[in-house]
Design a protein around this ligand. Structure first.
Ligand SMILES: [Ca+2]
Ligand SMILES: [Ca+2]
Ligand SMILES: [Ca+2]
Length: 461
């Protein structure tokens, strides 16, 4: 039963959440108009949506464990491949990223498609979570993905911050994001965070990929280590960049520039320009190196009280036994700050009552078309928890963003991934089946408007 006091309280919370939820520099009512239609619904966890060379939408279903094709005109769908060995146990693992070979359906014999997925590497009832990258050949006549070939297996994964986004580079290499496994956070807070740890030469020789947590990898198309990958602290491995938390967006833009989005802790979601041999700071730095509202507290190093003896549910309170380090007292010559955060809050900001300073970014893409005035060379950053897409204008050299982000497509949905129609006027957004978003009033809700869907947004001048 709702009491008057409860109602007033709820309204006050709603007002404070609404008032606080926006980074004040975000443009919330941009002038462009779009029409929306539901192209497909009832999908089992659509995770990657991609525009294919034959003018269709290809979608990975995370929990459905299959790749499907959707006709963008009428929504008709067909299954390209089922992948029963995909292991899916919680809200982040399963069939994840998908990337097309640049020559797909171009008659060169390279009709290859790559997927990333989690699997169980232990026999019987034991569970050994691992991440893999697999190649399929596309049989265009039969409209099926055939001849599976695992090109890299045994990659680390766990019960949080899986990552799993794939991109095919203009350099004809594969790029893969791997999260930090949620180490030092939540239920995994007593696990040491390895986002700053790099593989040794012995690790590489033994094909021990356990230090690939919190990294972006660069792979040859057969899964081997490219000869021109960066040598980092004396070792060349698959590691292209490191110090990442939960990177879920990865896309190439003009001039081969690579953009990425990743989740911050309770502030400082990031959009990064990814370059080889760069260190993106996590867990020593969240967002910019500014000592604002974040300090690296290494729970696994707690002493004399071991981490697992510490009381749970302490919120942001850091017990004295847990060592801490200020951002500005950490120095790494390869540190690279983000292009932009969503968003940075001041120390003392009350995350509990005012609301988290995050958008929880999903996929990203780079709009290079001419169909929507003012949009050319924009980064589109999806939000899981705010039901919005944020557009950031790239500077001409693509090395920075300029002006204020604009917010589009507000709805009570969790936008997981995006595909762009080459007509330059139409976007497709994949939505989660479950999880929190925000309703039209800005209040957190679990009731999603279009769960498990592909939504089409068409520019309507
Ligand atoms: Ca996509
Ligand atoms: Ca960072
Ligand atoms: Ca910071």
């Amino acid at each position: 039963m709702t009491t008057l006091a409860g109602l007033v309280g709820a309204i006050l919370i709603a007002l404070s959440v609404t008032a606080s939820m926006q980074d004040s520099t975000i443009v919330t009512s941009p002038p462009e108009h779009f029409t929306m239609r539901v192209l497909a619904s009832g999908l089992e966890g659509p995770w990657e949506v991609a525009w294919s060379p034959d003018q269709q939408l290809w979608v990975t279903e995370r929990t459905g464990r299959r790749v499907i094709r959707i006709n963008p005109s009428n929504g008709a769908r067909s299954v390209l491949v089922n992948i029963p060995e995909v292991n899916t146990t919680f809200t982040q693992d399963g069939l994840l990223g998908l990337a097309f070979h640049a020559d797909l359906m171009r008659g060169t014999g390279n009709d290859f498609v790559y997927v990333a997925f989690t699997y169980d590497d232990a026999p019987g009832t034991a569970l050994a979570r691992r991440l893999a990258v697999r190649r399929y050949r596309y049989d265009e006549a039969g409209s099926k993905l055939v001849e599976p070939l695992d090109i890299l297996t045994g990659l680390p994964t766990d019960t949080d911050h899986v990552g799993g986004r794939l991109a095919f580079g203009p350099d004809r290499k594969l790029y893969l994001t791997i999260g930090d496994q949620g180490s030092n956070f939540g239920a995994n807070r007593c696990n040491a965070n390895h986002a700053q740890d790099l593989p040794t030469a012995a690790d590489v020789k033994a094909k021990n990929w356990s230090r690939y947590q919190g990294k972006i990898l660069r792979l040859e198309l057969d899964g081997s280590i490219p000869a021109d990958n960066p040598t980092i602290e004396g070792v060349r491995s698959h590691v292209f960049s490191w110090g990442h938390r939960n990177p879920l967006g990865l896309a190439f833009g003009p001039n081969g520039r690579l953009y990425e989005s990743e989740h911050g802790p309770s502030s400082d979601d990031e959009v990064n320009l990814i370059e080889g041999g760069r260190n993106y700071g996590w867990p020593n730095v969240a967002g910019y190196k500014d000592d604002k509202a974040y300090v690296y507290a290494n729970w696994s190093a707690s002493q004399p009280q071991p981490c697992d003896s510490l009381p749970r549910g302490g919120g942001d309170t850091i017990p004295p036994s847990v060592p801490t380090q200020a951002e500005t007292s950490w120095n790494n010559p390869h540190f690279t700050p983000p292009l932009r955060t969503f968003f940075t809050v001041e120390t003392g900001y009350d995350l509990r009552t005012i609301g988290s300073g995050t958008i929880a970014p999903g996929g990203v893409d780079v709009y290079t078309g001419d169909g929507i005035p003012g949009w050319k060379n924009s980064l589109l950053v999806l939000s899981l928890i705010r039901g919005a897409v944020y557009r950031l204008s790239l500077a001409p050299d693509g090395r920075s963003v300029q002006g204020a982000p604009s917010e589009y497509f507000k709805s009570a949905n969790r936008y997981r991934d995006i595909a762009l129609n080459p007509d330059g006027r139409t976007l497709y957004l994949a939505t989660d089946v479950t999880g929190p978003s925000r309703n039209a009033a800005g209040v957190v809700t679990q009731t999603l408007a279009n769960p498990g869907s592909i939504l089409e947004f068409k520019y309507a001048p």
